[in-house]
Write a protein that binds this ligand. Structure first.
Ligand code: HEC
Length: 264
């Protein structure tokens, strides 16, 4: 599971970031105001960094978020990365690729380590295409975990997510990407690759999905001929619920891990 929660609010000119870390020393969300080179409002790509994305996963409650802006014409990439909770000082941070979330790849570009990390670089057309295809990830290392303590796949921000002003676009993009994977592995067989239904009801255009609690409860407990998926962690269920509520023309908003935890 991902032992952290993330909320980010989009402001004008500055970004208010609350990164709440789980654990004994947790004193609640930490508020930092950064003057971002890349504002969440203009981010073309985002990444959510966590220990369980590292292959193999490592033990830490650290987490981080990256907002990136790729200029489509010049292929100039700029980035802001915020992190917290590492087991020691960050020793290296790099983009790696090309690789999807399930594979490792060599470092292609260094980021610097000072928190928040900000910088920019000129990519080749091939590198820009890899980034757009979700084939780059960010890895942050420490002395304890030289091969990476937290990692996050860089994913394009979907136009749909940006169109939902009430929701945090970065969180939405992460949940949609993770949710699509959870859906494909667990739900697609009955509800169809495009939510068209089959052994379960059609989910595309299904107004009942507006009720987040129904979606969460059905996923945790099953019902009718649907098996329970309560063994999935809160993040996976929140991601699957967010995905079915916002894919295929649906637009019912984010489901958070906290909402899932509350219905356990
Ligand atoms: C084995 C087939 C099957 C799988 C796998 C499956 N479902 Fe279902 N699902 C069903 C059936 C059948 C129903 C209708 C249940 C009923 O009659 O109450 C349903 C209903 C639902 C509903 C609507 C509940 C309602 O009250 O109408 C949601 C939301 C849902 N499923 C989500 C999911 C999610 C998310 C997953 C994957 C994590 C999933 N389903 C996996 C068969 C399946």
């Amino acid at each position: 599971m991902r032992p952290r929660t993330l909320t980010a609010a989009i402001g004008t000119g500055a970004l208010a970031l609350g990164l709440g870390m789980a654990g004994a020393q947790d004193t609640g969300p930490r508020q930092a105001t950064i003057d971002p080179l890349v504002a969440a409002a203009t981010a073309t790509h985002v990444a959510s960094l966590a220990n369980d994305n590292v292959i193999p996963p490592v033990e830490t409650t650290a987490g981080g978020t990256a907002w990136l802006f790729l200029d489509a014409a010049s292929h100039t990439l700029s980035w802001t990365v915020e992190y917290a909770g590492l087991t020691g000082p960050a020793t290296a941070a790099s983009f790696h690729g090309p690789a999807g979330a399930a594979a490792n790849a060599p470092a292609v570009l260094g980021l610097g380590v000072q928190n928040p990390i900000q910088g920019s670089a000129q990519l080749t057309a091939e590198q820009a295409a890899q980034l757009d295809a979700g084939q780059w990830y960010i890895s942050l290392s420490t002395g304890n975990n030289p091969e990476g303590e937290i990692r996050g796949q860089v994913l394009p921000v979907e136009a749909d997510a940006a169109a939902a002003p009430a929701d945090d676009a970065a969180l939405m993009a992460t949940l949609m990407a993770d949710g699509q994977a959870v859906y494909s592995a667990n739900c697609r067989v009955c509800h169809g690759g495009n939510g068209e239904g089959g052994n379960g009801p059609e989910l595309a255009g299904y107004s009942l999905l507006a009720n987040a609690q129904t979606v969460i409860s059905q996923t945790i407990n099953g019902g009718g001929y649907m098996p329970p998926f309560g063994y999935l962690d809160n993040h996976s269920i929140a991601a699957a619920a967010t995905y079915i509520r916002n894919a295929w023309g649906n637009a019912f908003g984010i489901v958070t891990e906290a909402e899932v935890a509350a219905l356990r």
